[in-house]
Design a protein around this ligand. Structure first.
Ligand code: GDP
Ligand code: MG
Length: 383
């Protein structure tokens, strides 16, 4: 399916059966640039499609060519490479942590946002696999039940199967169980040793979970610094981010998960670039693209947490009928007195939302032109 979508990005009428050969073809086969751009790139030694995958003198080229144009070509080249590889296209997300840290609750809250009511989850016996379909790519989520007997099974008996080919690693620590921090760090150390052994370098999300709004905030602050300090040591060399999360603040889970999911994406940089260009055009202060389950797929800098949280709730509410069916756009005021705009966009198979704040003309519909620009990328290549 993704293979056929690739054609939209190429100046070709049929796709060659031997995809890796495409990488040897001239860059003019890629759509999205004009004669002048191709010449600039060729002058800089970028002749074949494969040359675009790792550009060495990027800073110099950037002075002569529009960033978005370049990013489009590079992204297409990376997509071809990714589709050419033998390894499965799906992405693997591993979520681990001690028993009762909240892993299963987190995953179900995100995957079943409209129907799941967190309650008493039974301990997960062994591994629970769940699938998330993001625009034609399978994201396989491995929820590793955290009871001690299973923990040693993953780390001792079959580490390759559980931790090999991990694209995103989520580690959940229960902030309300400080007596178990030591055990949680020990387990994390064992997993990190396996990643190093397997030469895997997944992006790591550390969820400092059960940071409930009504829990003692002083304790949360103190324990959070403690966890960050220790986890940074254990995970030194890995790309990682920390998030205080709680099921009583659903937005916090979506924010953290979105951060991780975006790391899986080949078109991440490109989308950020396109959104930033639009942001400047409409003089907004924030612009974000969300899918219909409230996952933020891309956003500009200067992240506005209040707006994001609000957007996620509106989107989830929309699916429950809060967003009027006939309106494609809502102008809403936020708790801090400012207003934001949420626009719904329907593509063939998917529904998206754009949220932005500020801007000169709140009545303008920016979705249609923006979506024209990003459509070939989001319908199938987002992950
Ligand atoms: N207070 C609080 N409890 C939570 C939170 N997330 C999960 N829980 C509870 O923690 C318990 C263990 O959750 P579970 O998802 O089974 O943990 P797992 O063993 O890591 O999969 C359940 O009773 C959940 O309802 C949270 O954010 N705050
Ligand atoms: Mg579980």
């Amino acid at each position: 399916m993704s293979h056929s979508k690739l054609l939209n990005l190429l100046n070709l009428s049929t796709l060659p059966s031997d995809l890796p050969k495409l990488l040897e073809e001239p860059i003019t086969l890629l759509k999205g640039a004009d004669e002048k751009d191709y010449q600039i790139l060729q002058k800089n030694g970028l002749k074949k499609i494969k040359d675009l995958i790792e550009i060495k003198n990027l800073e110099k080229i950037r002075q002569d060519i529009d960033m978005i144009t370049l990013e489009k070509l590079v992204t297409t080249a990376r997509i071809i490479k990714s589709l050419s590889q033998e390894e499965p296209l799906g992405k693997k997300v591993v979520i681990a942590g001690l028993d009762a840290a909240g892993k299963t609750t987190i995953i179900r809250t995100i995957l079943e946002p409209l129907t799941y009511k967190p309650g008493n989850e039974k301990p997960t016996p062994g591994v629970d696999n769940k699938q998330l379909d993001l625009f034609g790519f399978d994201v396989n989520i491995w929820d590793l039940g955290g009871q001690a007997i299973f923990r040693s099974e993953y780390t001792e008996k079959d580490p390759e199967r559980h931790f090999g080919f991990t694209n995103l690693f989520i580690y959940v620590i229960d902030i309300q169980a400080p007596k178990r921090f030591k055990e949680a760090f020990e387990y994390l150390k064992r997993i990190v040793a396996i990643f190093k052994h397997l030469e895997e370098e997944p992006y790591c999300l550390i969820l400092i979970h059960k940071s409930d709004p009504d829990y003692n905030q002083k304790d949360i602050k103190k324990r959070t610094s403690e966890i960050i300090e220790e986890a940074k040591k254990i995970l030194s060399g890995f790309n990682l981010s920390f998030h205080n999360t709680s099921i009583y603040d659903r937005g916090s889970l979506f924010l953290a998960f979105s951060r991780g999911i975006r790391e899986l994406s080949l078109v991440k940089q490109l989308l950020i670039g396109i959104l930033t260009t639009f942001l400047e055009k409409i003089k907004a202060t924030y612009l974000g693209l969300y899918n219909k389950t409230g996952i933020c797929l891309a956003e500009t800098m200067a992240i506005d947490e209040l707006l994001k949280n609000f957007t996620i709730n509106v989107i989830l509410g929309e699916e429950l009928g809060i967003f009027p069916a006939e309106a494609s756009k809502l102008i809403l005021s936020l708790k801090d007195g400012t207003f934001c705009i949420i626009e719904r966009i329907d593509l063939e198979r998917e529904r998206f939302y754009l949220a932005w704040k500020g801007g000169e003309n709140p009545e303008a519909l920016i979705g249609p032109p923006l979506i024209e620009e990003i459509k070939p990328w989001i319908t199938n290549f987002l992950v």
